[in-house]
Ligand binder design. Structure first.
Ligand code: AMP
Length: 634
């Protein structure tokens, strides 16, 4: 039985904090060992593994090749149209060295930022690791983003190299990236060299489409061949030197450029891969999500551990909703991880799809991103996990680097609807608005009371914004002790299991009562004729009330019939809310929308709806659609 199964691990972490984190760093190869595990003198900027030096790419590739594992599969890529490409550790290392040499040739040096705007593709992973080898940072921008968003991210990172694909396949469609890239290149001030992966097979035409006035255009494959024999020595980085840059979706104002450090981040991601996902090098991990969102468990975690990572390009229901299960079956996936909203859509499609395939290789099936209702958890457990696989509801944020709250397979039992206890070394409490710890089972805001190695190093905007965004100093538990405030609403039970209710603004104070918006929304969405729903509060001097936005199921009725149907639907919605949350919560208004504003990773942008519903001049609800569109596309 491995060490993780000892019940004393949690206690050891408490007794031996912060030195307990040495066990995370110890699984990595360091060029020079650290002298201090944690330096808190600069709090809330924390320095981890000070004095240590390492290279993240070496840890993901060279060390496995040196250990005789070069012939193990590092990366299995699957395109939406069924194409596959398998790269062994030796092959991925060779590809990384050639791309590193090409980037160096383009002038990329330590601490520069290379921006990538591609779907999940081997060239993306190769380029990320090539950056890590050179000590440069990568910034992966979701390929669904438009040219404006790409421009902002290129500009703010001052990137002079952009990796892109001429296009990609998603949901059976061919999507070209030419236009957004042209818009972005037109807008940024700096010269940008563009490296283009020829994904759509359009030969030279693809390349020509990326010609621009301020920088060169290079074909990815040609560069790979030109530098095929290059060797590039990994650059030794200090533990706190930045590894990567990640812009959050920017739902609330200016996107945050999160900077993760090399040593602490990699140690934490490696450690959580083992501890939470039970990974070792015999595993095949498929994190069915965009690399731009889940970097830790698509790239760094699986490769640092020496496992095989599966990367899938396209939509999970194309050509049919059994696509994920076909991939699990064909590639003998042992660890499957995806967004909670994806699991909800698997459930909507029905169990006949997973039932078509042999999923017995799965040991772990995880999810992240949204509150998980117990029925969805049970469906996942029964129909994907087949009752003998560990189902994990993991809580973390881009800022935390890796999972913070989850049960550990075989260590803590699951409680559907609750993520689990904080991991060893992580201390979490729920507090009220004054920072006072609330009672067991009461709703409060989550606070993390201690720093951890995977925490962000800083924000691109500098330490002032970093401090303002994330850190609070309350009189409890001790004066001038910094605590990290993720701004999520939670309820913690007597066993320390954390139920995540949503973002702090998902909790609505209606008179004396606290309502959890996501709960009301699930009840409304369960009604016939409702595709999606969102609940916000409209504040007024007279009396606050709920406003419910619904997306009616498309049913082909005419506009006139639609109005009448809507009226009936709205009455049913109001009744359902009153039944679920009490008559005092009966909505003041129900409004139909054709879709809800969402982030690139599919999360509801509640603040957009809330802002629209609280506009002063809102006396005619018909104007709200335009106002939501305006706010949503800021
Ligand atoms: P992101 O940084 O985009 O990954 O979003 C992080 C946010 O997603 C968290 O602050 C939570 O609001 C939400 N989230 C992540 N994991 C969970 C979970 N297991 N249950 C509920 N919400 C989650």
């Amino acid at each position: 039985m491995s060490e993780r199964h000892h019940e004393t691990v949690r206690q050891q972490f408490r007794d031996d904090w912060p030195d307990c984190w040495e066990r995370a760093a110890a699984t990595l190869d360091w060029d020079r060992e650290w002298e201090t595990v944690l330096d808190e003198s600069d709090a809330p900027t924390y320095h981890w593994f000070e004095g240590g030096r390492l290279n993240a790419c070496t840890n993901c590739l060279d060390r496995h090749v040196a250990a005789g594992e070069g012939d193990s599969v590092a990366l299995e890529w699957i395109g939406e149209r069924g194409e596959t490409r398998t790269l062994m550790y030796t092959e991925l290392l060779a590809a990384v060295e050639s791309v590193a040499a090409a980037l160096r040739d383009r002038g990329v040096e330590e601490d520069d930022v290379v921006t990538a705007y591609t779907p999940n593709h081997p060239a993306l992973v190769t380029t990320m690791l090539a950056c890590a080898r050179l000590g440069a940072l990568h910034s992966v921008v979701p390929v669904e983003f438009d040219g404006e968003k790409l421009a902002t991210r290129l500009q703010r990172a001052d990137s002079t190299v952009l990796l892109t694909c001429d296009g990609f396949y998603s949901g059976g469609e061919t999507v070209s990236t030419t236009q957004p890239v042209a818009t972005a290149l037109d807008e940024v001030d700096q010269a940008v060299d563009v490296i283009v992966v020829n994904r759509l097979d359009e030969g030279g035409a693809a390349l020509a489409a990326f010609e621009h006035d301020n920088g060169g255009v290079y074909d990815y494959q040609t560069l790979r061949e030109r530098f095929a024999d290059a060797t590039v020595d990994p650059v030794s980085r200090a533990g706190d030197d930045p590894l990567l840059l990640l812009f959050t979706s920017g739902t609330t104002g200016r996107p945050k450029g999160i900077v993760h450090r090399t040593g602490g981040y990699l140690a934490y991601v490696d450690w959580t891969s083992r501890e939470v996902f039970d990974l070792d090098r015999t595993d095949t991990v498929w994190t069915a999500a965009s690399v731009a969102w889940i970097v830790a468990y698509t790239v760094y975690g699986p490769l640092s551990v020496g496992a095989t990572t599966v990367l899938y390009e396209g939509a999970l229901d194309t050509p049919e909703p059994d696509r994920p299960w076909e991939i699990v079956d064909d590639h003998e996936v042992t660890v499957f991880y995806t967004a909670t909203e994806r699991v909800e859509s698997f459930r909507d499609h029905g169990e006949r799809y997973p039932a078509r395939h042999d999923l017995s290789t799965l040991d772990v099936a995880g999810m992240v991103g949204e509150p998980v209702d117990p029925a969805t958890w049970r469906w996942y457990d029964e129909h994907v996990g087949d009752d003998d696989c560990h189902v994990l509801d993991t809580w973390w944020q881009s800022e935390t680097g890796g999972v913070m709250i989850s049960i550990r397979p075989g260590v803590e039992p699951p409680k559907p609807g609750r993520a689990g206890p904080p991991l060893p070394g992580i201390e979490a409490v729920a507090v009220d608005d004054d920072g006072t710890t609330v009672n067991t089972d009461e709703i409060g805001s989550l606070l993390l009371q201690r720093p951890w190695p995977g925490m962000l190093l800083t924000l691109l905007d500098g330490s002032e914004r970093y401090e303002r965004e994330y850190w609070a100093s309350y009189s409890e538990p001790e004066a001038d002790e910094w605590v990290y405030a993720p701004e999520d609403a939670v309820r913690i039970d007597g066993d320390d299991y954390v139920e995540i209710l949503g973002r702090a603004d998902d909790v609505i104070e209606l008179g004396e009562r606290q309502l959890v918006a996501t709960r009301v929304e699930s009840a409304v969405t369960a009604l016939d004729g409702v595709e999606a729903a969102a609940v916000v509060e409209r504040r007024s001097t007279a009396k606050n009330c709920l406003v419910v936005f619904v997306v009616p199921t498309a049913d082909g009725v005419t506009a006139k019939q639609r109005t009448e149907t809507d009226r009936e639907l709205h009455a049913r919605v109001a009744d359902r809310v009153a039944e679920t949350a009490g008559t005092a919560a009966r909505p003041g208004h129900v409004h139909s929308l054709s879709s809800l504003p969402e982030t690139a990773s599919g999360k509801l942008e509640r603040h957009v709806l809330s802002e629209a519903a609280n506009t002063d001049e809102l006396d005619d609800w018909s104007g709200i659609d335009g106002s939501i569109r305006h706010l949503g596309f800021n």
